[in-house]
Design a protein around this ligand. Structure first.
Ligand code: ADP
Ligand code: MG
Ligand code: MG
Length: 912
């Protein structure tokens, strides 16, 4: 029978018993509640309890009060809990105590509140003493006063910590576990006095009132600033609300045969098999995660209580098989009896994501499509990040637990605020703390790495760092921070704020100074594998299985993807690298890169020089271009290479107006020597000077001023192609016209280009067909795509400029000026220059794709903006239906992976 009472049958229930729920109900029960229900359903030892749903929380958050009959419903469920557990709230002989636990649909570790031992009052102390002894009873009580005071009454938690430190000092002990019953009893009294002093209110002596007030506090904790910051960063919506789980207490603090732990079914840092976790004897669960004592490895439990350990291993296997994924688990042992208090699919490092997904395919738990769904391009990107070159002979400051992999160099800061302010100035900072709490998250986001003196691999610091992809070393032995002096002592020497250190999250080592970094092993193996033409090569164990996992999933992505992947490159080393990483062509070769720097003077001569200057410059340009094209076509033999005509504003090739003006002014001043040459150049530069070069004389518009330049480029490409063909190679050049707004511009350009190709062929007596396409980077081009398609073999969307021209903002100016504020204040969710703006820019792309294809069914369609290497954008582009994306060479594997994922994700959404 369901006890859910509903005032209105059509609305979601406000309370669901664990026995009535399951894991599919996380919208309503939150992740924690749904999984507690699921574990109850599959017979794991979960304490009894029920969930007050997110629907009730939303009601509370919108109307500022609980739903009318919530209290009544909770009362019914509490009565039910009393009858199943055989314990009653407030019963002096054998009281029921509960935990009141937050738990949203998407886990927000440590962001919201949980209060343990709720229901404990003066009256029931005897019952608790009977259950676990004097010391245990007062330990529970002081914890309740502490947590209730902080969470419900808003008393500063520091006050309790200070009292605890004093109590330990007085008793001459190092940890809370060593405090005896008398000290704990006194602490309880002191804590309660603190409540009265601080907020004029004592702990209520009615268990039900304690529960009621705590539920409200948990609801409200949804909107504390740190939770809001976390949601913003994680892209979690603000209106989901949290559920509240009411769970019968089990006690890990009754003595040496009790304890609490947190573990993962596999190593969440490397993904390697083997249980991984922390355990604290004689402790309540919060002690393990808050870092107040450094926990023991799980192995200790197996030595100390082998039967309990075996049972735990059995449950972990059950959970992995049931969830078909890596799980993390909270458990408590009360006098030798094991209880599971929480599970969820565990957060993991990017390396672990690949390793676990691939291993689970081998174990037959999931198929390759599912494995592909479980990794993403952002994770792959972080795996391709560099590592430290060699730590050999470097000055080792300290060693801790490798909590989140990576290699980072930065200046030490000792508090989160400093981390944020220093990072805002563009510095790389390493946040070093004794331990972290939810209040440090802002600083952790700002830091390149996090180091903590205390806490295990499941501590707050470790979990958050892995989630946000920061390097982290936790539990550093011998690290003592002096916050007042802004210094820290490490086993390898002392450091002060501002010192540069290098943090290796893969080995747990911390070095003084800035270590040199090198490419990631995965990236190296990816390239090497291409060189061998096979996955041969048996690499070292850990990196080896990771690289093998990445290769396997990339191969499956290639097998599944329909979209092509090309690279943007203009030099043969870059092109070759892209090819090794799996690029199927060059989607954008920017010829201006070939003419900048020293060669810019040639363009200057073309524009400003006289007849003979022009002729000489033109010949030089054509010859240089010929050599460059030979190089890149050779590197990409057999694959398409899209060469874009000269694009940037003309002034980039010309001398700086201000500098030249100053020079001429000095020449003409008394004492100077007038220089007619300089004066002439100045006149020329003035003539071409533009107030807004981004929207000025560039792209196809250059044709009106320097048509010969464009002809020279095209001729150089044609002759290079012919030369390679003669040599028996297989070049596939394509030509692309930038910044076209109108079909007339395109046909004028096309006519010139065809003429130039023709003339190269005539000289050679050959025929050559080079496809000519148009770069779509102006809204007008997208909106007149049907007409442009008539003259174009292909479109390539230059989404960088298309974003600038659609939004009417210059990327560089906007990023320095107001984009950050836009995001901060919520005016913009994401940076449209990073992630394709689906409704605006995306809409233009869709229009151009549809109309272009309608006008010309065999029209080729590519994308060559930076969005082509951004995971979310790639998925959008796949759904728009372009043929290929072209990104920077290092991002090629990311595009391959996301190209495949787009297909399997779309399939799983189509058939839920
Ligand atoms: P969080 O979401 O921050 O992990 P939890 O609600 O899981 O918060 O609770 C905090 C700690 O208290 C955890 O270690 C948990 O295992 C422990 N805990 C929660 N409920 C109980 C209970 N009924 N009995 C014993 N320990 C509990
Ligand atoms: Mg928990
Ligand atoms: Mg452009």
């Amino acid at each position: 029978m369901s006890l859910t009472v509903n005032s209105n049958a059509s609305t979601a229930p406000f309370v669901v018993a664990f026995a009535d729920g399951d894991m599919s109900m996380s919208d309503l029960m939150g992740g924690k509640g749904a999984n507690l229900a699921e574990m109850t359903r599959i017979g794991l030892p979960v304490p009894h309890g029920f969930t007050i749903t997110t629907a009730a929380c939303r009601h509370y958050l919108t109307l500022g009060r609980e739903p009318d009959d919530l209290d009544h419903q909770v009362g019914i469920h509490l009565a039910q809990l009393e009858s199943t557990t055989g314990r009653r709230l407030g019963n002096p002989a054998d009281p029921l105590l509960v935990s009141v636990r937050s738990g949203a649909k998407r886990s927000m570790p440590g962001m919201m509140e949980t209060v343990l031992n709720v229901g404990l009052t003066d009256a029931v102390i005897p019952g608790l003493v009977a259950r676990g002894g004097e010391r245990f009873a007062w330990d529970c009580y002081r914890r309740l006063v502490q947590m209730y005071g902080r969470t419900v009454l808003g008393v500063d938690g520091e006050l309790f910590e200070v009292a605890l430190v004093a109590a330990r000092r007085e008793a001459g002990v190092l940890s809370d576990t060593e405090l005896d019953a008398a000290s704990l009893k006194k602490l309880t009294t002191d804590f309660r006095r603190t409540l009265v002093n601080e907020v004029g209110e004592d702990l209520p002596q009615d268990p039900r009132e304690q529960i009621r007030r705590t539920i409200d506090a948990v609801f409200s904790s949804w909107n504390v600033p740190r939770a809001m910051t976390y949601r913003k960063h994680q892209g979690i919506g603000d209106d989901a609300g949290t559920a509240v789980n009411i769970v019968e207490m089990v006690y890990g603090n009754t003595g040496p045969d009790s304890g609490s732990g947190v573990c993962f079914t596999r190593d969440p840092a490397s993904g390697e098999p083997g249980v991984y976790g922390d355990y604290l004897p004689n402790a309540q669960g919060e002690d393990v995660v808050n870092g107040s004592r450094t926990p023991l490895p799980l192995q200790d439990l197996s030595d100390h209580a082998p039967a309990v350990y075996e049972q735990l291993m059995g449950h972990l296997r059950t959970l992995e098989t049931h969830y078909r994924d890596l799980c993390d688990v909270e458990f408590t042992v009360e006098d030798g009896t094991l209880w599971i208090l929480q599970t969820r699919v565990g957060k993991r490092s990017p390396a672990a994501a690949f390793t676990v997904a691939s291993a689970m395919v081998s174990e037959g738990l999931i198929d390759l499509d599912e494995a592909l769904r479980r990794v993403d391009g952002y994770q792959l990107e972080s795996l391709l990040h560099p590592r430290f070159m060699s730590a050999e002979g470097e000055l080792l400051l300290a060693t801790g637990l490798a909590a989140s992999p990576g290699a980072a160099v930065g200046e030490v800061v000792f508090d989160a605020q400093k981390a944020v302010s220093q990072a805002a100035e563009g510095r790389n900072v390493v946040l070093m703390r004794t331990e972290t709490s939810a209040d440090d998250v802002g600083g952790m986001l700002a830091a390149v790495a996090i180091v903590t003196a205390r806490g295990g691999r499941t501590s707050h610091a470790a979990v958050v760092a892995r989630g946000i992809g920061r390097t982290c070393v936790a539990g550093v032995d011998g690290l003592v921070i002096d916050l007042d002096a802004r210094t820290a002592v490490c086993p390898g020497g002392s450091i002060k704020e501002g010192d540069t250190i290098s943090v290796d999250g893969t080995t747990g080592k911390i070095f003084r100074g800035a270590l040199a970094v090198r490419q990631s092993q995965v990236a190296e193996l990816l390239e090497k594998q291409a060189d061998d033409g096979s996955g041969a090569e048996q690499p070292e164990p850990v990196a080896g299985s990771l690289a093998a996992a990445v290769l396997q999933l990339l191969a499956h992505a290639d097998h599944r993807r329909l979209i092509g992947v090309r690279a943007n490159a203009e030099t043969s080393p870059d092109a070759l690298r892209a090819r090794r990483l799996g690029a199927e062509g060059i989607g954008l070769c920017r010829t201006e890169h070939m003419l900048l720097g020293e060669r810019a003077v040639l363009v200057e001569h073309m524009v400003l020089g006289d007849e003979s200057d022009r002729a000489a410059a033109l010949a030089d340009i054509e010859e240089l271009a010929h050599t460059d094209f030979l190089d890149i076509l050779r590197a990409m033999d057999g694959l398409p290479v899209v060469v874009r005509l000269l694009d940037p504003p003309l002034h980039e090739f010309l001398p700086d107006l201000t500098e030249l003006s100053v020079e001429v002014a000095l020449n003409n001043a008394p004492g100077g020597t007038p220089d007619p040459q300089a004066a002439r150049r100045l006149a020329g530069v003035r003539r071409w000077h533009e107030g807004n070069p981004m929207l000025g004389l560039r792209g196809v518009r250059l044709l009106t001023v320097v048509p010969e330049l464009i002809e020279a480029q095209v001729r150089a490409l044609a002759t290079a192609t012919l030369e390679l063909k003669t040599a028996g190679m297989d070049p596939h050049p394509e030509l692309m016209v930038p910044l076209v707004a109108d079909p007339a511009e395109l046909s004028a350009a096309t006519a010139r280009m065809r003429g130039a190709i023709e003339s190269a062929c005539v000289a050679d007596g050959a025929t050559l067909r080079i496809p000519i396409g148009v770069m779509i980077e102006l809204p007008r081009a997208a909106l007149t795509a049907d007409r442009l398609a008539l003259d174009a073999d292909f479109f390539s969307f230059g989404t960088n400029d298309l974003t600038q021209t659609t939004w009417g903002m210059s990327r560089d100016d906007a990023e320095g000026a107001f984009l950050a504020e836009y995001r901060e204040s919520g005016l913009l969710d994401v940076d449209p220059f990073m992630t394709l703006d689906d409704v605006g820019v995306g809409r233009l792309v869709r229009i151009a794709v549809e109309e272009g294809r309608r006008a010309r069914p065999d029209l080729g369609l590519g994308v060559c903006g930076e969005h082509a290497g951004d995971p979310i954008s790639i998925r959008r582009l796949v759904s728009i239906g372009v043929d290929y994306v072209s990104c920077s060479p290092p991002r090629v594997p990311i595009a391959r992976l996301e190209g495949g994922r787009a297909v399997v994700l779309a399939e799983s959404q189509a058939t839920p």
